[in-house]
Design a protein around this ligand. Structure first.
Ligand SMILES: NC(=O)c1ccc[n+]([C@@H]2O[C@H](COP(=O)([O-])OP(=O)(O)OC[C@H]3O[C@@H](n4cnc5c(N)ncnc54)[C@H](OP(=O)(O)O)[C@@H]3O)[C@@H](O)[C@H]2O)c1
Length: 369
């Protein structure tokens, strides 16, 4: 059986993938940078435990290594790299900066571009010719694209064509992979994810990203100003493309089992969820009257509405999107559609997420007493 090597292995998506790999007895190499007070192994174990709600995971096939994404050979001794790459491998590059603000521009580009270049160079030096390199990108590398964003390469573009530097960096990164495929014959593939949410069967949601970041801010507000009416600048009829984490893990498993894999696949939901549904769900779960409005100028907002608006500096760019993605290549590998996050599943995820926030808050309050 081939080995699966994963960097950024302690991240949300990667750790869920690893759970699935271990449950199917794959040998997994996890590259995780050590924390200030925690070793790489400790960090990996902690996240596996957190993702699986403390349930037992058989990790006898898991090896965790400390690495440094930007240093030559990841700062891993050559002998160790030879052992890591000693058979056919599927190598997954997950590590990325998910920041988006202008002040983090240099960090975003350093991590997402230099980190990728270095990763490709380690892979190219040590992996055998049957091995495959998978770069985890985002469907939002489409930027401000009109029409159907297909599973093909698009040219690099100016920042004005994107919502933030994160999106732009991922477009540039895809073209780094293309360069290595074209010039050096890299066996490279790109997987573009849309917004990854919780588990669509259980509702368990361990991400703070996107709609959950929004829910977190509204939760805090509802606790401070209960039963307020608050207008939010959101187009109720626009949509979010939400892909459940269990579907992503399932697609990744099917990818490693497929002999032939397209160069680019869009891992996206076929049916998007309308913003009004997300807003109504939050309204049902929290004591707050959220009113979505298409236009809301800053000078028309009251103090609370301004606080909400300031907190939406990221999600705010996605309040009026109706993005369309091609899936012809994905469909060749997946054959049947994975589970979708329908409205009921999204409600269940928001309920789980908000309940977790409330429990954390009441623990903090108890400790303060
Ligand atoms: N979540 C989504 O909705 C979504 C959507 C589209 C695409 N994606 C893509 O999917 C991948 C995983 O996302 P995620 O949501 O799982 O993110 P995540 O939980 O934030 O994980 C990011 C991982 O990257 C690592 N990393 C960041 N900077 C690094 C550096 N300088 N050196 C080494 N490692 C570094 C982090 O390690 P530390 O813990 O040490 O910082 C972490 O392991 C990313 O490439 C992301 O762009 C995610």
């Amino acid at each position: 059986m081939k080995k699966i090597i994963i960097n950024g292995a302690n991240g949300f998506v990667a750790s869920n993938f690893i759970t699935e790999l271990l449950s199917q007895n794959y040998k997994v190499i996890a590259l995780v940078r050590a924390g200030k007070n925690n070793s790489s192994s400790q960090r990996m174990n902690d996240v596996l435990s957190e993702m699986n709600e403390g349930n037992y995971i058989n990790s006898s096939n898991l090896k965790v290594y400390n690495y440094s994404l930007l240093e030559e050979n990841f700062n891993i001794p050559e002998k160790q790299l030879e052992t890591i790459f000693s058979c056919d491998v599927d190598y997954f590059h997950f590590a990325a900066s998910l920041k988006y603000d202008i002040n983090s521009k240099d960090k975003i580009f350093e991590t997402n571009l230099e980190g990728l270049e270095n990763s490709i160079s380690v892979f190219s030096r040590y992996a055998n010719s049957n091995s495959r390199f998978f770069f985890i990108s985002t469907a939002y590398s489409c930027g401000k694209f009109e029409g159907i964003f297909q599973e093909k390469f698009y040219e690099n573009e100016e920042i004005s064509r994107f919502r933030n530097y994160y999106e732009q960096s991922k477009r540039y990164a895809e073209n780094i992979v293309k360069k290595h495929i074209d010039i050096n014959g890299l066996n490279g593939h790109i997987i573009r994810l849309s917004q990854v949410v919780g588990n669509c069967k259980t509702g368990v949601t361990k991400t703070d990203y996107g709609i959950f970041d929004f829910a977190k801010r509204i939760h805090s507000l509802a606790n401070r100003y209960p039963y307020k009416s608050v207008r939010v600048h959101v187009d109720p009829e626009s949509t979010q493309n939400l892909i459940p984490i269990d579907t992503v893990a399932d697609y990744l498993m099917r990818t490693i089992n497929a002999e032939r894999v397209p160069v680019i696949m869009n891992f996206i939901a076929k049916n998007s969820i309308r913003n009004i549904y997300i807003i109504n769900s939050i309204r049902k779960l929290l004591p707050i009257q959220l009113i979505p409005v298409r236009t809301l100028k800053r000078e028309e907002m009251d103090t609370i509405e301004r606080m909400v608006s300031a907190g939406m500096s990221f999600t705010g760019s996605y309040i009026n999107t109706n993005l369309l993605f091609g899936t012809e290549e994905l469909d060749k590998v997946m054959l049947s559609v994975g589970n979708e996050a329908n409205e009921q599943a999204v409600f269940q995820m928001l309920a789980y997420y908000i309940d977790t926030l409330s429990k954390k808050r009441s623990n903090v309050l108890k400790e303060e007493k």
